[in-house]
Design a protein. Sequence first.
Length: 111
Amino acid sequence: GGSSDLTVSSTNGCVLIESVRFNVGALSGVTTLTVGANQVIGAQQAVVAAISATFDPGNGVIGALTFSGTPTQAEVNALRDECEKLRDMLDETRTQFNDLLAKVKTHGLIA
């Protein structure tokens, strides 16, 4: 590109360059910040909900399951159900993590 004139003004410790305001460490009037060719800050992304405890079997629940000498179908089913909760919890965690990762990338904090 070429060069162009910028309007710079300062009032009471606030510096204004065109529509970008630098005021006591705050920056307003900017939608993205770029360093070199890399966007490093962009628009705030939508909220990501906290991971629920719905699928958390709880501490010690699986370890407390008991099996008789010849496991019964009910004992096997109880273990299966708790393992399925763990799978569901891991899936929810993965989904939330990938959502956060995508938002951090979109925001420009990482490539």
